[in-house]
Design a protein around this ligand. Structure first.
Ligand SMILES: [Zn+2]
Length: 312
């Protein structure tokens, strides 16, 4: 019995479940709970991660191919509050990858349709639809101050060349961790930012500029001409990247282990499945993150990761 207990195979069947989880939650999320059961240490409460997910507030900027799949992942996990931000309307050409929309929704506002679908799929999740075209850092900051998220997904692509910088700065100023990703043709990229702990997006860009001076020229060109990619992206690639990013959020929010992209920029080729993990470094002179210190409330890593190494 002692051996079984030490190995984490025993639990107190008479222990009451926490008041934060309803009977409905216990049923809906029973596979989640079974997963947490296998991860928690012998004397740890395996309900705690699900309660934490229910108390987590997330903002998703960009309700496109990756954003809609992220929302589905959040609804499956039982994230308590999700705010979806987009200004666009559903187009028939979105339906190859934007999983929350269906054919009758063509022409309607994306966030409105997303809200209906999210409520239908999981009525216990509070989904807030924000229909807004982001045109400045101030716009981003207003949304963050209203939603007060614990975690942010940066998945918007317009205005290209600006939006990542605004979300980066808005989150850094508030100490909000975030993850970002995009898919262009067969290549997906992802990075994450932990305020005060790792490099921010500005650090990554400055690092790129230092190595490849033509990068700044390219960025200026994109900004001046308001260039956007032609949406060459397959549904499975968007879904894969979205679910990968959702797991990054889980690693951070639940302390399942260190995030894989907080000090690395991931490039993945979906045809060959080749992955490149580029090291990124925090710049001591970064105008955005140099003075930022780690968030006090950041969850301790490795709380539920008995079998996972903490090397970063
Ligand atoms: Zn920085």
């Amino acid at each position: 019995m002692a051996t079984l207990h030490e190995a984490g195979f025993l639990e107190d069947a008479a222990a009451p479940h926490p008041a934060e989880l309803s009977e409905n939650d216990l049923r809906r999320y029973s596979p989640n709970l079974n997963f947490f059961r296998t991860r928690a240490a012998a004397d740890e409460d395996f309900y705690a991660p699900q309660v934490r997910l229910k108390q987590t507030r997330v903002v998703v900027f960009g309700m496109g191919g990756i954003g809609t799949n992220v929302c589905m992942a959040l609804a499956e996990l039982g994230i308590g509050s999700v705010t979806g931000v987009d200004f666009d309307r559903v187009d028939l050409s979105n339906l190859n990858r934007q999983v929350l929309y269906s054919t009758p929704a063509v022409g309607r506002l994306k966030v409105e349709v997303a809200a209906e679908r999210m409520r239908e799929f999981n009525p216990d999740i509070e989904f807030t639809a924000v229909e807004r075209r982001l045109e400045s850092l101030k716009d981003v900051e207003e949304i963050l101050d209203e939603a007060e998220p614990d975690f942010v997904f940066c998945l918007a692509d317009r205005p290209n060349g600006w939006i990542d910088f605004w979300i980066n700065e808005g989150c850094l100023r508030r100490g909000i961790p975030y993850t970002a990703g995009s898919v262009s043709s067969h290549v997906g990229t992802a990075y994450s930012v932990l305020p005060g702990e790792g490099p921010c997006y500005r650090c990554i860009v400055e690092g790129e500029n230092a190595q490849h001076p033509e990068f700044q020229e390219l960025l200026d060109y994109v900004r001046i001409h308001d260039l956007n990619s032609s949406n060459g992206a397959l549904g499975p690639a968007c879904m894969f990247l979205a679910y990968f990013l959702s797991y990054e959020m889980l690693r951070h929010q639940l302390g399942l282990g260190p995030m894989l992209t907080s000090h690395k920029l991931l490039e993945i080729d979906f045809v060959t499945f080749t992955q490149q993990w580029h090291d990124t470094t925090r710049r001591p002179d970064c105008p955005v993150c140099a003075d930022v210190s780690p968030r006090d409330s950041a969850p301790a890593t490795d709380r539920y990761s008995p079998g996972v190494g903490a090397d970063d």
